[in-house]
Design a protein around this ligand. Structure first.
Ligand code: TXA
Ligand code: MG
Length: 330
Protein backbone atom coordinates (compact mmCIF):
# COMPACT_ATOMS: atom_id res chain seq x y z
CA UNK A 1 0.00 0.00 0.00
CA UNK A 2 1.61 3.25 -1.08
CA UNK A 3 -0.45 5.94 0.64
CA UNK A 4 -1.93 5.55 4.12
CA UNK A 5 -5.69 6.06 4.28
CA UNK A 6 -7.56 7.76 7.08
CA UNK A 7 -9.63 4.99 8.63
CA UNK A 8 -12.87 6.28 10.07
CA UNK A 9 -14.65 4.41 12.89
CA UNK A 10 -18.41 4.84 13.38
CA UNK A 11 -20.86 3.27 15.85
CA UNK A 12 -23.26 0.97 13.99
CA UNK A 13 -26.32 3.22 13.60
CA UNK A 14 -28.45 4.05 10.55
CA UNK A 15 -26.07 6.82 9.43
CA UNK A 16 -23.13 4.39 9.54
CA UNK A 17 -25.06 1.86 7.44
CA UNK A 18 -25.75 4.55 4.83
CA UNK A 19 -22.14 5.67 4.79
CA UNK A 20 -20.90 2.06 4.57
CA UNK A 21 -23.11 1.37 1.55
CA UNK A 22 -22.02 4.62 -0.12
CA UNK A 23 -18.33 3.91 0.42
CA UNK A 24 -18.72 0.34 -0.88
CA UNK A 25 -20.54 1.64 -3.99
CA UNK A 26 -17.60 4.02 -4.59
CA UNK A 27 -15.12 1.13 -4.46
CA UNK A 28 -14.09 1.65 -0.81
CA UNK A 29 -13.11 -0.93 1.81
CA UNK A 30 -15.45 -1.15 4.82
CA UNK A 31 -15.12 -3.41 7.86
CA UNK A 32 -18.41 -4.41 9.49
CA UNK A 33 -19.64 -6.91 12.07
CA UNK A 34 -21.15 -10.26 11.14
CA UNK A 35 -22.33 -12.81 13.69
CA UNK A 36 -19.16 -14.89 13.14
CA UNK A 37 -16.25 -12.41 12.95
CA UNK A 38 -15.76 -8.89 11.54
CA UNK A 39 -15.56 -8.86 7.74
CA UNK A 40 -13.66 -6.53 5.42
CA UNK A 41 -16.13 -5.71 2.67
CA UNK A 42 -15.69 -4.65 -0.94
CA UNK A 43 -18.24 -4.47 -3.77
CA UNK A 44 -18.07 -7.99 -5.26
CA UNK A 45 -18.76 -6.64 -8.76
CA UNK A 46 -15.86 -4.14 -8.67
CA UNK A 47 -12.53 -5.78 -9.60
CA UNK A 48 -10.49 -2.68 -8.69
CA UNK A 49 -12.00 -2.59 -5.20
CA UNK A 50 -11.29 -6.31 -4.76
CA UNK A 51 -7.67 -5.81 -5.84
CA UNK A 52 -7.34 -3.13 -3.14
CA UNK A 53 -8.88 -5.51 -0.61
CA UNK A 54 -6.30 -8.24 -1.33
CA UNK A 55 -3.56 -5.62 -1.01
CA UNK A 56 -4.92 -4.18 2.27
CA UNK A 57 -4.98 -7.65 3.87
CA UNK A 58 -1.76 -8.87 2.26
CA UNK A 59 -3.81 -11.84 1.04
CA UNK A 60 -2.49 -14.18 -1.67
CA UNK A 61 -4.48 -13.77 -4.90
CA UNK A 62 -5.09 -17.51 -5.22
CA UNK A 63 -7.25 -17.46 -2.09
CA UNK A 64 -10.86 -16.75 -3.16
CA UNK A 65 -13.40 -14.72 -1.19
CA UNK A 66 -16.89 -15.37 0.14
CA UNK A 67 -19.69 -13.38 -1.55
CA UNK A 68 -22.17 -12.13 1.04
CA UNK A 69 -25.76 -11.50 0.00
CA UNK A 70 -28.87 -10.41 1.86
CA UNK A 71 -31.05 -13.41 1.06
CA UNK A 72 -31.62 -16.59 -0.91
CA UNK A 73 -33.03 -14.83 -4.00
CA UNK A 74 -29.85 -12.74 -4.35
CA UNK A 75 -27.80 -15.92 -3.88
CA UNK A 76 -29.65 -17.56 -6.78
CA UNK A 77 -28.43 -14.78 -9.08
CA UNK A 78 -24.76 -15.70 -8.57
CA UNK A 79 -24.78 -19.47 -7.88
CA UNK A 80 -26.60 -22.65 -8.94
CA UNK A 81 -28.35 -24.50 -6.14
CA UNK A 82 -29.05 -28.22 -6.19
CA UNK A 83 -31.51 -29.89 -3.81
CA UNK A 84 -28.90 -30.28 -1.05
CA UNK A 85 -27.89 -26.65 -1.28
CA UNK A 86 -31.51 -25.52 -1.03
CA UNK A 87 -32.07 -27.75 2.00
CA UNK A 88 -29.01 -26.29 3.75
CA UNK A 89 -29.83 -22.70 2.82
CA UNK A 90 -33.37 -23.04 4.07
CA UNK A 91 -32.25 -24.64 7.31
CA UNK A 92 -29.35 -22.34 8.19
CA UNK A 93 -29.56 -18.98 6.37
CA UNK A 94 -29.19 -16.36 7.56
CA UNK A 95 -26.41 -17.78 9.71
CA UNK A 96 -22.81 -19.01 10.06
CA UNK A 97 -22.82 -21.33 7.01
CA UNK A 98 -21.04 -20.71 3.68
CA UNK A 99 -21.96 -22.85 0.67
CA UNK A 100 -19.51 -23.49 -2.17
CA UNK A 101 -21.62 -23.86 -5.31
CA UNK A 102 -21.22 -23.80 -9.09
CA UNK A 103 -20.96 -20.21 -10.32
CA UNK A 104 -23.98 -19.19 -12.34
CA UNK A 105 -23.34 -18.17 -15.95
CA UNK A 106 -23.38 -14.40 -16.21
CA UNK A 107 -22.70 -14.09 -12.47
CA UNK A 108 -21.83 -10.45 -11.80
CA UNK A 109 -19.16 -11.24 -9.17
CA UNK A 110 -15.67 -10.33 -10.47
CA UNK A 111 -13.42 -13.29 -11.42
CA UNK A 112 -10.77 -11.94 -9.07
CA UNK A 113 -13.05 -12.71 -6.11
CA UNK A 114 -13.35 -16.38 -7.06
CA UNK A 115 -9.66 -16.77 -8.05
CA UNK A 116 -10.77 -18.04 -11.45
CA UNK A 117 -12.61 -21.08 -9.98
CA UNK A 118 -15.85 -22.40 -11.50
CA UNK A 119 -17.33 -22.39 -8.01
CA UNK A 120 -18.33 -19.53 -5.75
CA UNK A 121 -18.60 -19.33 -1.96
CA UNK A 122 -21.85 -17.70 -0.82
CA UNK A 123 -23.15 -16.72 2.60
CA UNK A 124 -26.15 -14.86 4.04
CA UNK A 125 -24.97 -13.37 7.35
CA UNK A 126 -27.39 -13.11 10.27
CA UNK A 127 -26.02 -9.90 11.83
CA UNK A 128 -28.52 -7.02 11.50
CA UNK A 129 -25.78 -4.50 10.60
CA UNK A 130 -24.32 -6.73 7.88
CA UNK A 131 -27.82 -7.38 6.59
CA UNK A 132 -28.69 -3.66 6.53
CA UNK A 133 -25.51 -2.78 4.61
CA UNK A 134 -26.10 -5.55 2.04
CA UNK A 135 -29.69 -4.48 1.59
CA UNK A 136 -28.83 -0.82 1.15
CA UNK A 137 -26.04 -1.56 -1.37
CA UNK A 138 -28.16 -4.05 -3.32
CA UNK A 139 -25.13 -5.96 -4.61
CA UNK A 140 -23.05 -8.87 -3.31
CA UNK A 141 -20.17 -7.93 -1.02
CA UNK A 142 -17.00 -9.97 -0.72
CA UNK A 143 -15.83 -10.04 2.89
CA UNK A 144 -12.87 -11.98 4.23
CA UNK A 145 -12.18 -11.72 7.93
CA UNK A 146 -10.99 -8.15 8.65
CA UNK A 147 -7.44 -9.05 9.76
CA UNK A 148 -4.04 -9.08 8.11
CA UNK A 149 -3.65 -12.31 6.14
CA UNK A 150 -2.47 -15.17 8.37
CA UNK A 151 -3.33 -13.36 11.61
CA UNK A 152 -6.08 -14.10 14.14
CA UNK A 153 -9.62 -13.13 12.98
CA UNK A 154 -11.19 -10.04 14.62
CA UNK A 155 -14.11 -10.41 17.00
CA UNK A 156 -14.47 -6.71 17.86
CA UNK A 157 -13.81 -3.36 16.16
CA UNK A 158 -10.59 -2.70 18.13
CA UNK A 159 -9.07 -5.89 16.66
CA UNK A 160 -9.87 -4.60 13.16
CA UNK A 161 -8.30 -1.24 13.95
CA UNK A 162 -5.15 -2.88 15.32
CA UNK A 163 -4.60 -4.79 12.05
CA UNK A 164 -5.99 -2.51 9.35
CA UNK A 165 -5.93 1.17 10.45
CA UNK A 166 -4.48 3.23 7.60
CA UNK A 167 -5.31 0.50 5.06
CA UNK A 168 -9.12 0.70 4.82
CA UNK A 169 -11.75 3.46 4.63
CA UNK A 170 -14.27 2.71 7.38
CA UNK A 171 -14.89 0.47 10.38
CA UNK A 172 -18.49 0.06 11.53
CA UNK A 173 -18.36 -0.77 15.24
CA UNK A 174 -21.20 -3.09 16.23
CA UNK A 175 -19.62 -4.35 19.46
CA UNK A 176 -18.32 -7.88 20.07
CA UNK A 177 -19.59 -10.64 17.76
CA UNK A 178 -21.91 -13.43 18.94
CA UNK A 179 -20.21 -16.57 17.54
CA UNK A 180 -16.48 -15.82 17.43
CA UNK A 181 -15.48 -18.41 14.78
CA UNK A 182 -15.69 -18.00 11.00
CA UNK A 183 -18.57 -19.65 9.15
CA UNK A 184 -18.61 -23.39 8.48
CA UNK A 185 -17.91 -23.99 4.77
CA UNK A 186 -19.73 -26.83 2.98
CA UNK A 187 -18.91 -27.70 -0.63
CA UNK A 188 -22.08 -28.83 -2.41
CA UNK A 189 -20.30 -31.33 -4.65
CA UNK A 190 -21.50 -34.83 -5.61
CA UNK A 191 -21.25 -35.55 -1.90
CA UNK A 192 -21.57 -32.54 0.40
CA UNK A 193 -18.17 -31.92 1.93
CA UNK A 194 -17.03 -30.10 5.06
CA UNK A 195 -14.32 -27.74 3.74
CA UNK A 196 -13.88 -25.71 6.93
CA UNK A 197 -15.34 -26.45 10.38
CA UNK A 198 -16.72 -23.23 11.83
CA UNK A 199 -19.47 -21.47 13.73
CA UNK A 200 -22.19 -23.95 12.75
CA UNK A 201 -21.42 -27.37 14.30
CA UNK A 202 -21.06 -30.27 11.85
CA UNK A 203 -23.58 -32.31 13.86
CA UNK A 204 -26.38 -29.81 13.11
CA UNK A 205 -25.69 -29.97 9.37
CA UNK A 206 -25.55 -33.76 9.36
CA UNK A 207 -28.84 -33.92 11.26
CA UNK A 208 -30.55 -31.88 8.53
CA UNK A 209 -28.90 -33.85 5.69
CA UNK A 210 -29.54 -37.20 7.37
CA UNK A 211 -26.00 -38.38 6.53
CA UNK A 212 -22.40 -37.60 7.41
CA UNK A 213 -20.50 -34.85 5.61
CA UNK A 214 -17.47 -35.99 3.63
CA UNK A 215 -14.05 -34.53 4.50
CA UNK A 216 -11.45 -33.61 1.87
CA UNK A 217 -8.63 -36.16 1.49
CA UNK A 218 -5.68 -35.19 3.70
CA UNK A 219 -3.51 -34.48 0.59
CA UNK A 220 -6.08 -31.92 -0.60
CA UNK A 221 -5.98 -30.23 2.81
CA UNK A 222 -2.27 -30.12 3.40
CA UNK A 223 -1.11 -29.21 -0.10
CA UNK A 224 -0.58 -25.51 0.52
CA UNK A 225 -0.30 -24.52 -3.14
CA UNK A 226 -3.60 -26.06 -4.26
CA UNK A 227 -5.84 -26.93 -1.31
CA UNK A 228 -9.53 -27.65 -1.83
CA UNK A 229 -10.53 -24.70 0.35
CA UNK A 230 -7.62 -22.54 -0.69
CA UNK A 231 -7.62 -20.47 2.49
CA UNK A 232 -7.03 -23.48 4.69
CA UNK A 233 -3.25 -23.13 4.73
CA UNK A 234 -1.63 -25.15 7.45
CA UNK A 235 -0.25 -22.12 9.27
CA UNK A 236 -2.94 -19.53 9.79
CA UNK A 237 -4.73 -17.73 12.62
CA UNK A 238 -1.29 -17.25 14.07
CA UNK A 239 -0.31 -15.07 17.02
CA UNK A 240 3.36 -14.04 17.34
CA UNK A 241 3.92 -16.34 20.30
CA UNK A 242 4.52 -20.05 19.86
CA UNK A 243 1.35 -22.02 20.59
CA UNK A 244 1.69 -25.29 22.55
CA UNK A 245 -1.37 -27.55 22.38
CA UNK A 246 -2.77 -30.07 24.88
CA UNK A 247 -0.75 -28.60 27.73
CA UNK A 248 -0.79 -30.89 30.78
CA UNK A 249 1.40 -28.60 32.89
CA UNK A 250 2.92 -25.14 32.69
CA UNK A 251 6.52 -24.02 32.41
CA UNK A 252 7.60 -20.79 34.08
CA UNK A 253 6.79 -17.72 31.98
CA UNK A 254 4.31 -19.39 29.65
CA UNK A 255 0.89 -17.80 29.15
CA UNK A 256 -2.00 -20.21 29.73
CA UNK A 257 -5.16 -20.45 27.69
CA UNK A 258 -7.33 -22.50 30.03
CA UNK A 259 -10.60 -24.38 29.56
CA UNK A 260 -12.89 -25.76 32.27
CA UNK A 261 -12.69 -25.50 36.03
CA UNK A 262 -9.84 -27.92 36.85
CA UNK A 263 -6.51 -26.11 37.22
CA UNK A 264 -3.42 -27.36 35.37
CA UNK A 265 -0.47 -28.59 37.48
CA UNK A 266 2.02 -25.74 38.11
CA UNK A 267 -0.56 -23.20 36.92
CA UNK A 268 0.89 -20.63 39.35
CA UNK A 269 4.04 -20.51 37.18
CA UNK A 270 2.04 -19.00 34.29
CA UNK A 271 2.85 -15.39 33.36
CA UNK A 272 -0.82 -14.83 32.49
CA UNK A 273 -3.98 -16.95 32.48
CA UNK A 274 -7.22 -16.53 30.56
CA UNK A 275 -9.99 -19.12 30.75
CA UNK A 276 -12.03 -19.69 27.56
CA UNK A 277 -14.92 -21.11 29.58
CA UNK A 278 -14.79 -22.01 33.26
CA UNK A 279 -17.97 -24.05 32.86
CA UNK A 280 -16.50 -25.95 29.89
CA UNK A 281 -18.98 -24.60 27.32
CA UNK A 282 -17.59 -24.69 23.74
CA UNK A 283 -19.95 -21.91 22.53
CA UNK A 284 -18.68 -19.59 25.27
CA UNK A 285 -15.10 -20.65 24.49
CA UNK A 286 -15.63 -19.78 20.80
CA UNK A 287 -16.65 -16.20 21.63
CA UNK A 288 -13.40 -15.73 23.59
CA UNK A 289 -10.91 -17.71 21.48
CA UNK A 290 -9.48 -15.12 19.07
CA UNK A 291 -9.62 -12.21 21.53
CA UNK A 292 -7.81 -14.18 24.23
CA UNK A 293 -5.12 -15.31 21.76
CA UNK A 294 -4.57 -11.63 20.94
CA UNK A 295 -4.50 -10.63 24.63
CA UNK A 296 -2.08 -13.38 25.67
CA UNK A 297 0.12 -12.52 22.68
CA UNK A 298 0.17 -8.90 23.85
CA UNK A 299 1.63 -9.94 27.23
CA UNK A 300 4.87 -10.72 25.35
CA UNK A 301 4.96 -14.33 26.62
CA UNK A 302 7.03 -16.46 24.24
CA UNK A 303 4.65 -19.41 24.43
CA UNK A 304 0.91 -19.74 24.84
CA UNK A 305 0.10 -23.13 26.39
CA UNK A 306 -3.42 -24.33 25.58
CA UNK A 307 -5.33 -26.86 27.67
CA UNK A 308 -7.09 -29.73 25.84
CA UNK A 309 -10.56 -28.89 24.54
CA UNK A 310 -13.12 -31.62 23.66
CA UNK A 311 -13.76 -31.84 19.91
CA UNK A 312 -17.54 -32.16 19.80
CA UNK A 313 -19.86 -29.36 18.65
CA UNK A 314 -17.98 -26.08 18.18
CA UNK A 315 -14.93 -27.79 19.71
CA UNK A 316 -14.11 -29.18 16.24
CA UNK A 317 -13.65 -25.67 14.80
CA UNK A 318 -11.90 -24.38 17.94
CA UNK A 319 -9.34 -27.20 17.73
CA UNK A 320 -8.94 -26.64 13.97
CA UNK A 321 -8.04 -22.96 14.55
CA UNK A 322 -5.71 -23.84 17.44
CA UNK A 323 -3.87 -26.43 15.33
CA UNK A 324 -3.35 -23.84 12.60
CA UNK A 325 -2.23 -21.26 15.16
CA UNK A 326 0.35 -23.77 16.39
CA UNK A 327 1.54 -24.91 12.93
CA UNK A 328 4.93 -23.76 11.76
CA UNK A 329 5.92 -22.56 15.23
CA UNK A 330 6.69 -25.87 16.87
O1 TXA B 1 -17.49 -16.15 8.83
C1 TXA B 1 -16.93 -15.94 7.76
O2 TXA B 1 -16.98 -16.75 6.83
C2 TXA B 1 -16.17 -14.63 7.62
C3 TXA B 1 -17.19 -13.49 7.70
C4 TXA B 1 -16.59 -12.15 7.49
O3 TXA B 1 -18.24 -13.71 6.80
N1 TXA B 1 -15.43 -14.59 6.40
C5 TXA B 1 -14.33 -15.37 6.22
O4 TXA B 1 -13.69 -15.16 5.02
O5 TXA B 1 -13.92 -16.15 7.05
P1 TXA B 1 -12.19 -15.66 4.74
O6 TXA B 1 -11.84 -15.02 3.44
O7 TXA B 1 -11.34 -15.37 5.89
O8 TXA B 1 -12.35 -17.19 4.49
C6 TXA B 1 -12.97 -17.65 3.30
C7 TXA B 1 -12.61 -19.08 3.03
C8 TXA B 1 -11.18 -19.23 2.59
O9 TXA B 1 -10.65 -20.36 3.25
C9 TXA B 1 -11.32 -19.49 1.09
O10 TXA B 1 -10.26 -20.21 0.57
C10 TXA B 1 -12.62 -20.25 1.04
O11 TXA B 1 -13.43 -19.57 1.96
N2 TXA B 1 -13.25 -20.17 -0.30
C11 TXA B 1 -13.73 -19.10 -0.93
N3 TXA B 1 -14.20 -19.42 -2.15
C12 TXA B 1 -14.05 -20.74 -2.28
C13 TXA B 1 -14.35 -21.70 -3.31
N4 TXA B 1 -14.91 -21.32 -4.45
N5 TXA B 1 -14.03 -22.99 -3.09
C14 TXA B 1 -13.46 -23.38 -1.92
N6 TXA B 1 -13.17 -22.52 -0.90
C15 TXA B 1 -13.44 -21.24 -1.09
MG1 MG C 1 -9.75 -15.24 7.33
Amino acid sequence: MTTALTTKMLPADAAAVTEAARRLAEGGLVAFPTETVYGLGADATNAAAIARLYEAKGRPLFNPLISHVEGLSSAHRIARFDATAITLAQAFWPGPLTLVLPRREGCEVADLATAGLETIAVRVPAHPVAHAILKKLGRPVVAPSANLSGHVSPTNAAHVQADLAGRIDLIVDGGPVAVGLESTIVGCFERPMLLRPGGLPREEIERVLGRPLARPAPEAESNDSQPLAPGMLTSHYAPRARVRLNAQSIARGEALLAFGSAPVPEQDKAAAVLNLSERGDPAEAATHLFGYLRSLDATGARTIAVMPIPSDGLGEAINDRLRRAAAGRE
